[in-house]
Every structure is written in C-alpha cells, then in structure tokens.
Design a protein around this ligand. Sequence first.
Ligand SMILES: Nc1ncnc2c1ncn2[C@@H]1O[C@H](COP(=O)(O)OP(=O)(O)OP(=O)(O)O)[C@@H](O)[C@H]1O
Length: 242
Amino acid sequence: MDSEILLKARGVSKSFGAVRVLHEVSFDVHRGEVLGILGPNGAGKTTLFNMISGDLKVSAGEIQLGDTALRGEPPFRRCKMGIGRTYQIPRPYSGMTTFENLLVAAAFGGGRSEKQSYAFCAQVLRDCELSDKANVSAGKLTLLDRKRLELARALASDPKLLLLDEIAGGLTDDESKALVALVRRIRDRGITIVWIEHVLHALLAVADRLLVLNFGEKIAEGVPAEVIALPEVQRVYMGIEV
Ligand SMILES: Nc1ncnc2c1ncn2[C@@H]1O[C@H](COP(=O)(O)OP(=O)(O)OP(=O)(O)O)[C@@H](O)[C@H]1O
C-alpha cells in the first residue's frame, strides 16, 4: 500500500425522505490497499457503495476519485474513470456465455479495439479461473463461478478501484478460500479494493484496514486486529457484550 489517496469521502450523508441512512461518513482509501467494510444489516454499507458508483446521489458531502469530485458524474462515466463494482445479487446476462458477459463489460471500460478487448477478456477469464467456462451460459454456472464471473465483469471494465459487495456469502470454506486467493491476486496486480463482507474470516484474510458502520455512522476504522477487538465493534457487530 502507498500513502497516495485514491478515494476520498468527506461528510457523506444519505436520506430517503425522512429516513437517515448514512450520516457524515468520512474516510480515505489509499492506492493499493484492501479496505474492508463491516456493519450489521441495514448499517448503510451498500448505500455507501451506490453513492461511490453513482447509482445513488449523495444527500450531502463529497466523494473524490484522485483529484476529481464525483458529484454529477453518472455511473457510466465513473466506470470509465476507473470505478468497478460487483452487486450483492449478481447481475450477469444469463442467456449470454461467460465470455460474452465480459465483452459487454469491457465495452463499458472503453478505449480498446475489438481485437484488444478479446485478448483482455481472455486474460481476465484466466485470472478468474473461468477459461474453461468461457462458452458456458452464465445462467448455468455454479455459485462460486457466478461469483467469479461477477468479479470478472467488474475487472473487464479495467478498474483502478474495485468495490466488492458481499461476494463470499453462501460459499463453502474451500470456495471462500479460493475467492480470497482471487481477491489477493487482484490486489497484487495493483487494483485498490473496498470489500463489504459479512464473512469475517474471508475479509480478515486480505483486508489491510477495516471500517465499521452502524446505523449509518462510522464507529471504527483502523488495523483489523485492533478494530475487531474494540468493545463497541464486538457489541454491535458480533453481539458480544464485553
Ligand atoms: N432506495 C431506498 N429507499 C428507501 N430506503 C432504502 C433504500 N435503499 C436502502 N434503504 C434503507 O437504507 C438502510 C441501509 O441499507 P443498506 O442496503 O445500505 O444496508 P447494508 O448495510 O448494505 O445492509 P446489508 O448488510 O443487509 O446488505 C436500510 O434500512 C434500507 O432499508
């Protein structure tokens, strides 16, 4: 990890009508790091991602990628600027093959000829261990391979910053180890990652830092071992009274 800040969030808030979902959340994501985001159901984690990716507008506050303020930029522009994301409920085109799904995603990243896109997508498939499923219809993949495809689609847009939303849920221990190994390989290629995850052991295996949300507020941020030892985090996230 270097100390250059790739993403900066300052005072980010979101309300739906009278319901306040996020309140003045500020944090930095350093280039090359994996920042894990924890928090109970409904804490506002996915809402935060939606505001980074542009799926939702902020009610207040600022988000910057590098030196560029993201306010007013639509999702497709943010994708071209280097923000890739997965969704909690994967959204592949089920009637298309795995490879076709990647080609569509690569078209969003832009900047490549058709020939270059084919070569790039073939590389992403190899990285995600999906080469042997290239011609399989996305709707027929196993759960682990659907998760790999969700990741591969995000990678095909060639992100600098990858937002992962609960990709380890529902996997066996061995499968989640395979997914963690894949996340590590992506990080080692220089892609900065923010990972929302309830499967704590998967997150702890790769996160450099953790940020914890509760009821829309940041309650902790820092080195994983220190954060999960905090009494408030143990109480709200793990239900342990200390
Ligand atoms: N479009 C919306 N309209 C109204 N309320 C919403 C909307 N999107 C999210 N919410 C509410 O905002 C709160 C935070 O939701 P969010 O999905 O961000 O939580 P989360 O921390 O990601 O939870 P989980 O771990 O269950 O995915 C919830 O109470 C949710 O019902």
